[in-house]
Write a protein that binds this ligand. Structure first.
Ligand SMILES: [Zn+2]
Length: 508
């Protein structure tokens, strides 16, 4: 008789149905999970880091509840932005992609993200992409334009708009439609595009070219996870058109659906209430963030909010993270001290008090798990931990309630709640309290003004003024002051470049 692993039932909010549903995978005990990764043309920002961490938590929790998980995350390593960056930096697009993939991986490692089962790239899946496009054409869902561009035919796919819950006319009204005679329908999108001179290309039945953006995820998902997958995740900005297009491509190619059973989307991260974007200049890179704070700080700040709620990054979020982590580590330090004390003789009143506490730990364990299982309600899980921490501090304050056998048990239970129940999923609370608290004091002193600064992005006038002041300081040979001015302005997301023709700047 084969052993059937019991799997804890969990509920997820599915963008496809708009409902919270009980997760039932295609194959019992196994779960296939795809998450859209970054385009590697520069340092990722903290919004991208949020996406990575949300996927990391999903992965950890799917495993905890008992699934055998296959998790794929991709890197988009050929794209217009990469080609442009290569021209800017005077290196090839491949070198750009390689360089920034490494940088992204460094950030992910500092943020203690687990390695996915498969990390995939577009350039290593060209054959699969071409095969998929061929199938889509064969099934009558795509057409080849004169110049060799292959376009998906939206009107051939009847359920287009199912994920974003919009009618075709509304979708058309909502996009900037490229006016081109090539397109049979304005929403038709590119599967394969002919190469322009100087661009990377691959041979294909439609001439030399490269894949459009959307097709890569359909190809990689079906190669590693099959035609139908259980869970697909990405940022809410990917619902349309990226994920809508993935569904169209995959279902057109396989001839059956649904391509994905559960679609999960996380909300934006804003910087002082504005959406972060490179063109607005208000971008906080993950690298800056992780350097100023720490991986654990990032995990708390980005995961203590429900994944479907917006996070506004600013001094308030930093303050809440400082307070939260400090409460955890101060209690952990007290619990560890209690474990080091020599055991007192069991005192009946103390034993009773700690007996009550042990029962609270058990209750907290259940509550934490129920919150995670309820569409990853992290704020609820953390609230359960903080309730039990308050009770621990109260019990410890009783003069009789020191190092009795039950107190030792209580301290052990509390540490376990922090390190395993919460820590194993959110990746926080697992450090040594002494070091963690020292880090937090450093952050409190140094990083707070820096955050306020970074969030208050300088205006162009301020930047010009800073450049003038710096030039004046250099002229007066006050290089320390000149350096300081440069550092200050750069810490607020501006890059200053000196050249023989003068000093230029740009928002990072
Ligand atoms: Zn994708």
């Amino acid at each position: 008789m084969s052993a059937i692993k019991k799997i804890r039932s969990i509920r997820l909010t599915n963008t496809l149905t708009g409902k919270k549903e009980v997760l039932e995978t295609y194959r019992p005990g196994q779960l296939t999970f795809y998450s859209c990764g970054p385009t590697v043309y520069g340092f990722i920002h903290i919004g991208n880091l949020r996406g990575g961490l949300v996927a990391d938590q999903f992965y950890r929790y799917f495993q905890r509840v008992g699934y055998d998980v296959q998790f794929v995350r991709n890197y988009t390593d050929v794209d217009d932005k990469i080609i442009n960056k290569g021209r800017e930096e005077g290196i090839s697009p491949e070198e750009v992609a390689k360089k920034y993939t490494q940088e992204v991986e460094k950030d992910f490692a500092v943020a203690c993200m687990l390695e996915p089962t498969h990390k995939t790239t577009v350039t290593t899946h060209i054959a699969e992409i071409i095969a998929l496009i061929k199938k889509i054409i064969e099934h009558g869902n795509a057409y080849v334009a004169k110049d060799g561009e292959v376009l998906f035919s939206i009107s051939s796919f009847k359920n287009y708009g199912q994920l974003s819950h919009k009618k075709l006319d509304d979708l058309i009204a909502g996009i900037r439609v490229e006016v081109t005679e090539k397109k049979q329908n304005p929403l038709d999108f590119t599967l394969w595009k002919p190469a322009k001179p100087g661009e990377p290309f691959w041979d294909s039945p439609w001439g030399k070219g490269r894949p459009g953006w959307h097709i890569e995820c359909s190809a990689m998902a079906s190669k590693w996870l099959g035609d139908q997958i259980d869970v697909h995740h990405g940022g809410e900005d990917l619902v349309f058109p990226h994920h809508e297009n993935e569904i169209a491509q995959s279902e057109a190619a396989s001839g059956h659906g649904p391509f994905v059973k559960y679609w999960l989307h996380h909300a934006f991260l804003t910087l002082s209430k504005e959406k972060m974007s490179k063109s607005l200049g208000n971008v906080f890179t993950a690298r800056d963030f992780l350097t100023q704070f720490s991986g654990e700080f990032a995990r708390y700040l980005l995961l203590s909010v429900h994944y479907r709620s917006q996070i506004d990054f600013g001094p308030e979020a930093v303050e809440q993270t400082l307070t939260g982590l400090q409460r955890i580590y101060e209690a952990k330090a007290r619990a560890q001290q209690l474990l080091k004390q020599s055991r007192a003789r069991a005192d009946l009143r103390a034993e009773a008090a700690w007996g009550v506490f042990a029962a609270s730990c058990e209750k907290a364990r259940t509550e934490i798990d129920e919150n995670f299982a309820n569409d990853f309600n992290n704020p609820g899980a953390l609230a359960a931990l903080f309730t039990v921490i308050r009770e621990f501090n109260r019990t410890l304050a009783e003069p009789l309630a020191q190092a009795t056998p039950s107190a030792i048990l209580g301290a052990q239970e509390l540490i376990r709640l922090m390190e395993e129940d919460i820590g194993g999923i959110l990746g926080i609370g697992r450090s040594e309290p002494e070091k963690a608290l020292a880090d937090l004091s450093r952050i409190r002193v140094i990083s707070r003004p820096q955050v306020a600064n970074a969030v208050a992005r300088p205006t162009e006038d301020e930047i010009r003024q800073a450049i003038e002041d710096r030039a004046a300081a250099r002229k007066a040979k006050d290089f320390a002051k000149a350096d300081q001015i440069r550092k200050d302005i750069e810490s607020r997301g501006v890059i200053i470049k000196d050249s023989p023709s003068g000093t230029t700047w740009e928002y990072r």
